[in-house]
Design a binder for this molecule. Structure first.
Ligand SMILES: Nc1ncnc2c1ncn2[C@@H]1O[C@H](COP(=O)(O)OP(=O)(O)OP(=O)(O)O)[C@@H](O)[C@H]1O
Ligand SMILES: [Mg+2]
Length: 305
């Protein structure tokens, strides 16, 4: 599959992720030759999504990719994704390259470094393999080592400029605090969300004991997108995003006519009975006559013929 243009509006060229629901809500994928930010709490799926994007590009779009791992070792990342069946070992021969860029302990102590050296090495690799996609996974890990905000910004701008100059489709993943409710501009590295062309926010929460994952496209320069939150799960072959299709036209008929509930006094309370065509929910604890009440409705219907 080649990079696609949305048929409806004139939009930037898209780099498909191969994730059906996700390519649908973004109108074809991530912005080609531009930078996308993936933000989410720990375990929200940033690394899986980013790697799936690279694997799909290498496998199906003739777009070789580079994965720069700042946090976990490339060995562990590849092992974790083994069960997804993305054929990573095969792709790694010439279409997918992992660069281990975990900061060394002495670097951590000196606290004084920049991304210049790494970008120079990446430049060589990019040319060598004709890379079109690149992921910087867990950029927060290196940014946190810099002495001050000014240095952080300097390195972020350096990286952004490098990505633009090389026309690579870039993904940067960044951890957000699990319960960070402060305005974006005050969050650490929050200004990155203003800088990039596309930003996607991943959420993972537990509601009444049930795990719920969702994602939302926060911005997409130059393109329309589904602004709603979409549920997703991480299944046997990676991300699966559910797209909520809103009905543009509802054809259901509504009626003012009443039908008897089968209980005269309940009909009085309801102003004549249930509305015809309505759905009625009867709820109550065990033994509170839900079945009996439903039975009365059925019996009345039979009496009416
Ligand atoms: N091979 C797999 N099979 C099934 N589920 C997986 C697999 N790999 C990861 N997951 C699920 O995906 C979740 C998110 O993984 P991922 O490493 O992408 O999160 P992350 O956002 O990068 O987290 P962190 O900020 O800690 O790096 C895991 O917690 C796990 O539930
Ligand atoms: Mg990760």
């Amino acid at each position: 599959m080649k990079s696609v243009r949305s048929p409806l509006v004139k939009t930037p060229i898209k780099a498909p992720t191969g994730i059906a629901g996700f390519d649908e809500i973004t109108g074809g994928g991530l912005p080609h030759g531009r930078t996308t930010l993936l933000v989410g709490g720990p375990g929200s799926g940033k690394t899986v999504l980013a790697l799936q994007f690279l694997a799909h590009g290498a496998r199906a779009c003739k777009e070789p990719g580079i994965f720069v791992a700042f946090e976990e070792s490339s060995k562990r990342i590849a092992a974790n994704a083994d069960s997804f069946g993305w054929k990573l070992p095969e792709l790694r021969r010439n279409k997918l390259f992992f660069m281990d860029a975990q900061p060394l302990p002495d670097l951590v102590q000196s606290g004084d470094f920049d991304l210049g050296g790494m970008l120079a090495a990446l430049e060589v690799k990019t040319r060598e393999m004709g890379a079109k996609r690149i992921v910087f996974d867990a950029l927060d890990v290196v940014l946190a080592l810099l002495p001050d905000t000014a240095a952080e910004r300097r390195e972020i701008y350096r990286l952004h400029a490098w990505l633009l100059a090389h026309e690579l489709t870039g993904v940067i993943t960044l951890k957000s605090g699990a319960d960070d409710t402060s305005p974006i501009s005050q969050q650490p590295f929050g200004f990155m969300q203003f800088m990039v062309d596309c930003a996607v926010i991943l959420n993972h929460s537990v509601v009444l004991g049930v795990s719920q994952r969702s994602l939302r496209v926060q911005k997409y320069r130059g393109s329309g997108f589904d602004e709603n939150e979409s549920a997703f799960l991480i299944g046997n072959s990676g991300f699966e995003v559910a797209v909520a299709h809103t009905l543009s036209r509802v054809d259901a008929k509504v009626s003012n006519e009443r039908v008897s509930s089968g209980v005269a006094r309940l009909d009085t309370m309801l102003g004549g009975g249930y509305y015809r065509g309505a759905s009625v929910l009867i709820t109550g604890f065990s033994g509170t006559a839900k079945t009996t009440l439903s039975g009365a409705f059925a019996e009345a219907a039979c009496r009416r013929g």
